[in-house]
Design a protein around this ligand. Structure first.
Ligand code: ZN
Ligand code: ZN
Length: 185
């Protein structure tokens, strides 16, 4: 059975790096338009920055310094919001194959360690996906003092005039507004 090499913008072949002396590092400039993301997350800016890979005694250390932005909507007025996020982390990858013999190495001692692929690759994709998920803002705002939506007409309170005649007020909304006034003291 042949295993296909992993592919993607965050997969780096380190066979050459591992042949260089311990301490050698290579810096990769990253400019990636988009990435498949879990939880219906959508990027609103390219992923840019650097990934530095260092040959360490035990394997490869990946030093990730990337920035991008997440698309979302304002928690108060539902306008689109782009939230800048930074992805900065280090991750150590241990070999899964002995480079000299080509044989699988024993991984039982450290079952939780991240491993290079069978093709001597660092695959940063899952770590970057996780880092983006963790950076998702809980309640993004298009501006810090966004007043939200008008309880009467449903349009943003910072657009237009909301001097509505009392007759226009939907009784259900009026009840809701009374409730808000009660609880906002
Ligand atoms: Zn808003
Ligand atoms: Zn209004």
């Amino acid at each position: 059975m042949s295993v296909q090499p992993a592919a993607g913008p965050f997969v780096f072949n380190v066979a050459g790096l591992l042949a260089d002396p311990v301490g050698t590092h290579r810096t990769h400039d990253i400019d990636v338009a988009t990435l498949d993301l879990p939880d219906e997350l959508v990027l609103s800016a390219p992923i840019r920055g650097t990934v530095r890979l260092t040959h360490e005694s035990r394997g490869v250390l990946a030093d990730v310094a990337l920035a991008t932005a997440l698309a979302g909507e304002c928690a108060r007025c539902l306008r689109p919001v782009s939230t800048p996020i930074e992805l900065a982390f280090e991750e150590e990858y241990l070999p899964s194959i002995d480079l000299a013999t080509g044989r699988p190495v024993t991984t039982e001692d450290e079952p939780d360690a991240l491993r290079l692929t069978d093709h001597h690759e660092v695959d940063l994709t899952p770590s970057i996906q996780d880092a983006i998920s963790l950076a998702e803002p809980i309640a993004p705002l298009d501006r810090p003092d966004c007043p939200g939506l008008c309880m009467v007409c449903g349009l943003p309170l910072d657009e237009g005039v909301h001097d509505h005649p009392v007759d226009d007020i939907d009784p259900r909304l009026e009840a809701l507004r009374a409730f808000r006034e009660d609880t906002s003291e």
